[in-house]
Design a protein around this ligand. Structure first.
Ligand code: ZN
Ligand code: ZN
Length: 390
């Protein structure tokens, strides 16, 4: 059978199971579970994959809600990632109930023609994208080492084949001063809150002279206990983001200098800690992205190749994309004015438009799998682009 006939058959397969996929997406939507607690979602997803002939490894990378499902033999291995964590308080406001059903729709659909393809189709269940950057832990533990291609689709407000995501790292800061009566003996105090305020002002000055794509933002988590006591302790947490790792290194030092300067001028002692988890920028494989865009077209979606210049923020998929050729396209499920992580987006993730987006993305990803496993030349182009580091 030629590739086009295989693709047509995959689309029919996904249409035939659209009700099952929709039911599963809505069931996960109404049972939101935060990062590393996605017990129901990972159980339901692995059950579905197992019923469809996939072999399942549970608890991979020492993470109880992570899994790997495979169908086929040997290389190449084309993997689709499934996220299924929700956000505390707002449920599936990032639409991860659709990401995981896109993954299982695409792979169980493609699996029905897999015997006419070469290689293995895999689903990697990747927990805790939102709160802990689960894929960064999984990457450190080797989860993606043997894969040839990694793909996933995120629901959003536009159809876009590439994602613009920033490298980023969190910084926790504390200042220690000297408590004193704020009116009777102010000269004896060392004001830890003033050190924090000066740090914010220094960062605001720095912000005028950084690249427009970089971001620095933070909050004060302790600013003292009473207005008549000179605060002897202040604390804050900050995030520094940049388009690439080299600029992130540079910017991190500049941000740190703002705190060091404030400690010097106030006399407060500074303690700080960079978070162990560092998000990498997204490296979009354009060969894969163009393939995806081409496969979305017959479904009636006009997909843009590149994002409008507005960042997605940061995602742990960035770290995966530095190891394996990858794409993280977006499929529209809501109008442009709806914000990700808002209650309105959570609602959108359970509407007919949400389900339609999920099914279209599953079909296009399934067609990408067919293209990659049917034609070794396509896969070599993807790999060549990755090797050249474009
Ligand atoms: Zn999110
Ligand atoms: Zn998300």
């Amino acid at each position: 059978m030629d590739t086009e006939t295989l693709k047509a058959s995959v689309i029919d397969q996904i249409d035939a199971r659209s009700q099952e996929l929709s039911d599963l997406a809505l069931k996960i939507h109404s049972n939101p579970e935060p990062g590393f607690h996605e017990v129901k979602a990972s159980t339901w997803l692995t059950q579905y994959l197992e019923e469809n002939g996939f072999s399942i490894e549970r608890d991979i990378c020492k993470l109880p809600t992570a899994f790997r499902a495979s169908y086929g033999k040997g290389r190449p291995i084309v993997a689709v990632l499934a996220e299924y964590d929700a956000l505390p308080g707002v449920g599936h406001a990032c639409g991860h109930n659709l990401i995981c059903t896109i993954a299982i729709g695409a792979t169980t659909g493609a699996r029905l023609v897999a015997d006419q393809l070469t290689g293995t189709i895999a689903v990697i269940g990747t927990p805790a994208e939102e709160l802990y950057g689960g894929k960064i832990l999984m990457a450190d533990r080797g989860a993606f080492n043997d894969l040839d291609v990694v793909m996933m689709v995120h629901p959003g407000i536009s159809d876009t084949a590439t994602t613009y995501a920033l490298a980023c790292q969190n910084l926790d800061v504390e200042f220690f001063g000297q408590a004193a009566h704020a009116a009777a003996r102010p000269e004896a105090g060392i004001n830890a809150l003033e050190a924090m305020i000066q740090s914010f002002n220094a960062i605001n000055s720095l912000r005028q002279h950084i690249r427009s794509t970089a971001r620095i933002h933070g909050i004060i988590t302790d600013g003292g206990q009473a207005p008549n006591v000179v605060p002897d302790h202040s604390a804050g947490t900050f995030i520094v983001r940049a388009m690439d790792d080299t600029y992130l290194d540079e910017l991190e030092q500049k941000v740190l200098n703002c705190f060091i300067g404030a400690a010097t001028t106030t006399g407060a002692r500074l303690e700080y800690k960079w978070n162990d988890v560092r998000y990498a920028a997204m490296k979009n494989n354009l060969t894969l992205a163009k393939l995806f865009a081409g496969n979305m077209k017959p479904l009636g979606r006009k997909i843009k190749l590149s994002a409008s210049g507005r960042s997605f923020g940061s995602t742990d998929m960035g770290n995966v994309s530095q190891l394996v050729p990858a794409i993280h396209p977006s499929v529209a499920i809501a109008p442009r004015e709806v914000l990700l992580h808002s209650p309105q987006f959570a609602t959108a993730a359970a509407t007919d438009a949400g389900i339609k987006g999920m099914l279209d993305a599953a079909k296009a990803l399934a067609m990408n799998i067919v293209d990659l496993l049917a034609d070794p030349d396509t896969l070599s182009k993807v790999k060549e682009e990755f090797r050249q580091g474009k």
